[in-house]
Design a protein. Structure first.
Length: 169
């Protein structure tokens, strides 16, 4: 088993707006000098190519959320010796957006990875949009560091099974 686990979230486009602004400024800089345009286009491509993910160092008892460009990863390591419990919290938010021509419902499902220690010692480590990656991260942390894992999704599934069992009776 590897000592450092890397859970790559892929190209999340966290810097999409920044890249578009860099391209717009590059277009304007074409009027000034072509070298500025090339430099800003390279910056925009780098912003579009940023990936994100999580690294978990089990023996070192630390973890980080990183941004990566090619092989370079940037992000601050978080030491975790004071935490005793990890929660995977499911959030389902919906918003109705009414326009003159259409009405749409926008739904956002997120999975928050929360580390808990003593009284009031609570840290939102990361927010995922993919349950499998959130669960994988939580499992690695819980098993590697001996933390108690509470998964809201599993609790909801268990309650649904219990309700279905009661209806069958």
């Amino acid at each position: 088993m590897s000592s450092v686990h890397d859970i790559d979230e892929g190209y999340t486009q966290d810097y999409l707006v920044h890249g578009v602004v860099a391209l717009a400024v590059a277009g304007m800089m074409l009027l000034v000098h072509w070298s500025w345009t090339i430099a800003l286009c390279l910056v925009a491509v780098a912003l579009f190519a940023m990936r994100s993910g999580i690294e978990i160092d089990v023996p070192g008892k630390k973890a980080r959320v990183y941004k990566a460009l090619l092989k370079w990863k940037f992000g601050e390591w978080l030491k975790t010796p004071t935490f005793s419990r990890i929660e995977l919290i499911y959030t389902n938010e919906a918003q109705v957006m009414n326009y003159k021509s259409i009405s749409t419902n926008v739904r956002t499902r997120t999975y928050e990875l929360v580390l808990q220690g003593g009284v009031g010692d609570r840290l939102l480590f990361h927010e995922f949009t993919d349950y499998s990656k959130a669960r994988k991260s939580a499992d690695i942390m819980a098993q590697g560091w001996g933390l108690t894992l509470v998964d809201d999704v599993e609790v909801m599934k268990q309650r649904a099974r219990e309700r279905a069992e009661q209806r069958r009776r």
